[in-house]
Design a protein around this ligand. Structure first.
Ligand SMILES: N[C@@H](CCC(=O)N[C@@H](CS)C(=O)NCC(=O)O)C(=O)O
Length: 206
């Protein structure tokens, strides 16, 4: 299988962490691509017409996107004893909501970068950037206030999404100091980053 990916992408990192955690890293060739909504570059548009990564080209069957689908597929084919990132209901609903929460932080954080990179300086709107950060700030408060007990449980796809989202905040928005007033989440992030799958996939400058 081929994973179209980029070292800076938190969504691609989610998939790579799942590959490591489920013992399948050697089954996938990682193809490094890049591009933006303005210039698709080497993004695999023929395989994912949305022009986004990650995309997983399989040996048979449709190319899978997005990261949520790919992660669930990989967990479903994990070797015995290595999967289980999707617990049975009712915990599943919490797990999937936590994954959506981590993904939502990533989306907002990526949009903040696009706002400055894709527009000429005179058209950049600071209030859009701050509105995205306000969304992230609220969500971090919810993680600190309501989700630490779930995060203290067994590793699931929600943990991986949140871990990759927080890693991306350090990588791209380090100056915002997301840890301030969120000691529980900061401690959890430190422990997550020590997992071999997280350590092996750290963003380049983080
Ligand atoms: N919901 C998607 C989001 C993927 C996404 O936004 N990927 C970014 C890279 S971080 C991308 O491909 N950007 C290129 C573009 O939007 O043209 C997922 O979970 O995979």
């Amino acid at each position: 299988m081929r994973l179209y990916s980029n070292v800076n992408s938190p969504f691609a990192r989610k998939v790579l962490v799942v590959l490591h955690e489920t013992g399948q890293r050697d089954e996938v060739e990682v193809v490094e691509v890049s591009g933006t909504p303005l210039a698709t570059g080497t993004l695999p548009v023929a395989l994912n017409p949305l022009g986004k990564i990650p995309a997983l080209e399989r040996t048979s069957g449709a190319t899978l996107h997005d990261s949520r689908v790919i992660c669930r597929f990989l967990d479903s084919r994990a070797p015995a004893g290595r999967g289980g990132l999707y617990p049975p209901a009712p915990r599943l609903w919490e797990t999937l909501t936590l994954e959506a929460t981590g993904d939502g932080i990533m989306e907002a954080a990526v949009l903040m970068i696009y706002e400055t990179r894709l527009r000429p300086a005179e058209h950049v709107r600071a209030e859009i950037i701050e509105a995205q950060w306000a969304r992230i700030d609220r969500t971090l408060d919810a993680l600190e206030g309501r989700w630490l007990s779930h995060l203290a449980g067994p590793l699931d796809i929600g943990h991986i999404a949140v871990g990759c989202a927080l890693g991306y905040l350090d990588f791209r928005h380090g100056g915002r100091d997301w840890r301030r007033g969120r000691e529980g989440l900061a401690d959890w992030a430190a422990r997550f980053s020590e997992r071999p799958g997280a350590a092996a996939t750290r963003p380049p400058d983080a």
